[in-house]
Design a protein around this ligand. Structure first.
Ligand SMILES: *Cc1c(COP(=O)(O)O)cnc(C)c1O
Length: 494
């Protein structure tokens, strides 16, 4: 025990020399700005040599090292081998790109280090402001509730959680108290074969079991078939199950297809089911005129999940879930132990505590980067850049269709294009050649598409999700696909 007359040491983790740290900090900032300015001059992705990976097997550091040395390790060991998302020829998955302002905002957030779980402080109001903007933009009423999340997966989990809570309440069951055991039968969730895996994961985590999923085979355009949906609901009811939720997707991951959201909303309102819309990819593209029509009905969803770190280009990670019935949203998650008791004055006041609307208590201040980016550019500029991505995808599809050796494999309603190189009449050979084309594009640092499967065939999939991508990037990519295909046809065997 420390004697009352001795003083406790005053060691802190702040810099010993603030001037030196300021120089180091300015260098890091300059380096990152330069990194972004010159990003297109480097390969999007490179494999790490095995000896490089061994550098991540060092013993736990017990003693201090100068920040300069630590930063040098970052530059050498980490920065050199990015995933590549920010690069104009990164076409894999549906990854975000970030912006310079988003990067700076992240620094400001980390500097403030304000937990946005609750309490009375400005960061909370920034997040509320961002949510109000989202409601207006997505056609939701201002009384709806919402919460920023780590991404689409958690936003989907939140939407599905509220849906299940409400379904149980309708059956007179207090789900929070009794759990699934209190329900009189199996709950059923309707999705399509193109629905994102995070929906299945949410259903599994919630303890419903994947047998609660009714997976409807998507139609020829990769959309949820509404006739089959109605039939499945009727069949399930006849079998004693409890239909409660339909998930419609605004932009599927494989092809960018958009489910018939308006028709799904009709079915849900007729049948008394919850309509959750997974708009992780496409919801923000409602800014672009042609997409707005496609998304008609999205605004009727009871809950809407979408990502801002995908097609809104915001730095990782931030998504959003909006819920039309704010009271049901709060009722699903709110829990107030004594150490979080609210007051009418002081720090513990403030009417919205986001921890009442999510599975997180401590929350990163995710709203600032969105708030700053939206203010800096304005929604109209985002609309133009999103539209540009759609036009680049159309240009890519046009080049595919104009080529004798390339073939489209799916429609491209948004910014995702699926195509392949035709090497021979032998389908197994085609699959092998296309897989090898993608490997070589990645490994040679030319471009980073991925391989997916469309109607059983290997497909080169490119998602143009980057505000930095230009028509020249598409040309470099397509020219390389064709020349690699030409040279690999003879050497690759099935
Ligand atoms: C990416 C994606 C998700 C999951 O979002 P994360 O931000 O990766 O958690 C959900 N649905 C769709 C359609 C997606 O493309």
């Amino acid at each position: 025990m420390t004697h009352p007359d001795t003083r406790v040491a005053t060691e802190t983790l702040d810099p010993a020399d603030w001037e030196l740290t300021a120089e180091q900090a300015h260098r890091m900032l300059d380096d990152m700005l330069n990194h972004l300015r010159t990003i297109g001059e480097r390969p999007p992705w490179q494999a790490m040599p095995p000896e490089h990976i061994e550098r991540f097997q060092q013993p736990l550091p017990l003693q201090p090292q100068p920040l300069d040395d630590v930063y040098a390790s970052f530059v050498e060991e980490v920065l050199q081998y990015p995933l590549g998302d920010a690069h104009p020829r990164f076409f894999a998955y549906v990854n975000g790109t970030g912006t310079v302002t988003g990067m700076l905002a992240q620094m400001l957030v980390a500097g403030m280090n304000s937990n946005t779980g609750g309490a009375y402080h400005a960061a909370n109001y920034v997040e509320q402001q961002v949510l109000s903007w989202c409601k207006a933009w997505m056609g939701y009423p201002s009384e709806a509730s919402g919460v920023l999340t780590s991404g689409g997966s958690v936003a989907n989990l939140i939407g599905l959680g509220v849906a299940r809570h409400v379904a149980a309440r309708k059956l007179g069951v207090d789900l929070r108290r009794n759990g699934m055991q209190g329900l009189p039968g199996r709950l059923r969730v309707y999705i399509s074969s193109e629905t994102h895996s995070s929906i299945q994961r949410a259903v599994e985590i919630m303890g419903m079991g994947s047998e609660s999923l009714c997976v409807l085979p998507a139609d020829a355009d990769f959309r949820l078939p509404v006739d089959a949906l109605e039939q499945a609901i009727a069949d399930d009811r006849a079998a004693g199950m409890i239909p409660f939720l339909v998930v419609g997707t605004a932009g599927t991951t494989n092809t960018g297809s958009v489910d018939p959201l308006d028709a799904i909303a009709d079915v849900c309102s007729r049948e008394g089911l919850w309509f959750h819309c997974d708009g992780a990819i496409g919801a923000v593209a409602s800014l672009a005129d042609p997409v707005r029509l496609l998304l008609k009905g999205m605004e009727r969803a009871d809950s809407l999940a979408f990502d801002m770190h995908k097609w809104l280009y915001v730095n990782y990670s931030v998504g959003c879930c909006l819920v039309r019935d704010a009271e049901a949203h709060r009722d699903t998650f709110s829990l107030t132990p004594s150490y979080l008791r609210r007051s009418t004055r002081g720090l513990s006041s403030g009417e919205i505590w986001f921890s009442d609307y999510s599975v997180e208590l401590t929350r990163e201040f995710r709203g600032l980067k969105v708030w700053m980016m939206l203010k800096e550019h304005g929604l109209e500029k985002f609309a133009r850049v999103i539209q540009q991505n759609i036009e680049l995808a159309a240009y890519l599809a046009g080049r595919v269709m104009a080529s004798r050796v390339l073939q489209m494999l799916a429609p491209h309603p948004l910014h995702i294009v699926n195509f392949r190189y035709i090497a021979s009449p032998d389908e197994a050979h085609n699959d092998a050649v296309n897989r090898e084309i993608v490997m070589q594009l990645q490994e040679r640092g030319i471009a980073v598409p991925t391989i997916t499967t469309i109607n059983g065939r290997a497909s080169i999939r490119a998602c143009i999700n980057n505000h930095r991508t230009t028509q020249d990037d598409i040309d470099v990519f397509i020219d390389a696909v064709v020349s690699l295909g030409d040279s690999l046809t003879a050497t690759v065997t099935a």
